[in-house]
Design a protein around this ligand. Structure first.
Ligand code: GUN
Ligand code: ZN
Length: 444
């Protein structure tokens, strides 16, 4: 350490990463300088956390002996992608043909989820899911398990082995599903309470109370969800809302006294910070105002919504109300583990709705925006000092086509747009968790 860099305490750093860097400090819709880009930067870490992000030329010669240096010069490093809604048990039934939501659940999803009563099978799919996440540069997901407690143990164990920050929970459903997939209000309370004790804030794991959706939970079970949240104020809640028109009609029959589908959750006190609702397609203005006022967030699931023919999410309507939104794969109704491919489809959904998704906004939705939607932005989402150093190393010329396109791109925005339209797991050179490399494409 020399007096050239009085503000940079490199003495205590243990790891450094050299690359181009892009991260967000705020929402690009709200500020002209929401992002920071360094063409030749150095990310300096101590014990897995960010100590500084600086120009490489200012610091490379001052790293203490013994610092582990990852030289990714020529590659683009971004905060790890965050998937705000997905289902690990559905990994093996991705791309099942021909049906819309309610028939798809009955014919494909429920039979598949039945297999997770068997711990060995759950372990195998949980391991596969975590490997797919890392292969695609995704470092955190909010994940549905199945109704079986063992399926939750399986995914948290796999996450913990990789030092991954995962949000997950036991699906709660006590009606309108096959008998062997149903719990009861009482058993779902007991099992969820045990799982919270076992997993919430253990290592990097976070627990989410997970009622599948209103049609599968009795009023008594929705009351249990509120009780769990009041007993554990820092836990999460995740569910589905207003995905499909037949589903919306069904909810109005099951809950005739509620004004809307969202109002069912609201009437059980389930809207608030750390509550994440997938889809949010068929909402009205009053619903959106309630989402905004409560602090609940929306998961935008474009590949899933197109695949099941559910409808077009309105990013502009969410934007107008300043509602927290993150991007999500929703595997296995979603058709890709890649958040790059998911942004590709998000762009097209916006186009069909006459809306615009800029590349900067898109990558914000997959990083800091998703972290804000999940209320983990104090830990993750960008490279500000003290954040946990989960990041993805991207090769913008991973294929011949991308290379050809990048040669013509003039600006950062153009390169980012080509990356999200043409990129996939081939663009992910490496994925790091808490600074440590957990995936490298070259060693696969
Ligand atoms: N609604 C209730 N369960 C599910 C599910 O597993 N996937 C999707 N896309 N929607 C749901
Ligand atoms: Zn889902």
């Amino acid at each position: 350490m020399t007096s050239d860099l009085p503000s940079l305490d490199t003495d205590s750093c243990d790891t450094a990463i050299r690359a181009s860097f892009l991260h967000f400090l705020s929402d690009p819709d709200k500020s002209g300088d929401a992002h920071e880009y360094l063409d030749d930067g150095l990310l300096i870490l101590r014990q897995g956390r960010v100590q500084a992000l600086v120009e490489a030329v200012d610091a490379i010669d001052y790293l203490p002996d013994g610092t582990a240096l990852y030289d990714y010069s020529g590659r683009l490093v971004m905060p790890g992608f965050i998937d705000t809604h997905t289902h690990y048990p559905q990994s093996g039934m991705i791309a099942s043909h021909g049906l819309q939501l309610l028939d798809w659940l009955e014919q494909y999803t429920f039979p598949t989820e039945t297999r997770f009563a068997e711990r060995e099978y759950a372990d195998k799919i949980a391991a596969f899911f975590c490997e797919q996440m890392l292969r695609n540069g995704t470092t955190t997901s909010a994940v549905f398990a199945t109704v079986h407690s063992e399926s939750v143990d399986a995914i948290f164990e796999q996450a913990q082995q990789r030092n991954m920050c995962l949000i997950a929970g036991k699906v709660m459903m006590d009606r309108n599903a096959p008998e062997n997939l149903c719990d009861t209000a009482e058993s779902s309370y007991r099992q969820s309470s045990e799982l919270i004790q076992r997993w919430h804030l253990k290592g990097r794991n976070l627990y989410a109370v997970t009622p599948r959706f209103a049609p599968c939970s009795s009023p008594a079970q929705l009351e249990v969800c509120a009780q769990l949240i009041s007993e554990h104020p820092d836990i999460y809640l995740q569910s589905h809302v207003a995905e499909n028109l037949d589903e919306v009609r069904w909810v109005s029959e099951l809950f005739p006294d509620n004004r809307s589908y969202l109002d069912v959750y609201d009437s059980f006190d389930l809207l608030g910070p750390r509550a994440m609702f997938a889809h949010c397609i068929h909402l009205d203005q009053v619903d959106r105002e309630r989402m905004a006022a409560s602090g609940a967030a929306m998961a935008f699931c474009p590949t899933s919504n197109l695949f099941l023919g559910s409808g077009l999410f309105s990013l502009d309507d969410a934007r107008a109300q300043d509602i927290r939104v993150g991007i999500a794969t929703d595997v296995g109704a979603g058709t890709s583990f890649s958040l790059l491919q998911t942004l590709n489809e998000a762009y097209k959904v916006c186009q069909l709705a006459g809306q615009s998704l800029t590349p900067l906004k898109a990558f914000y939705l997959a990083t800091l925006g998703a972290a804000e939607a999940l209320y983990i932005d104090h830990r993750l989402g960008n490279f500000t000092v003290g954040k946990e150093a989960d990041f993805v190393v991207l090769d913008l010329a991973a294929t011949e086509l991308m290379q050809c396109r990048m040669e013509q791109a003039q600006t950062l925005e153009e390169r980012l747009f080509a990356l999200m339209m043409l990129g996939d797991d081939r663009s992910v050179q490496a994925t790091h968790l808490m600074g440590q490399r957990q995936y490298s494409r070259s060693t696969q």
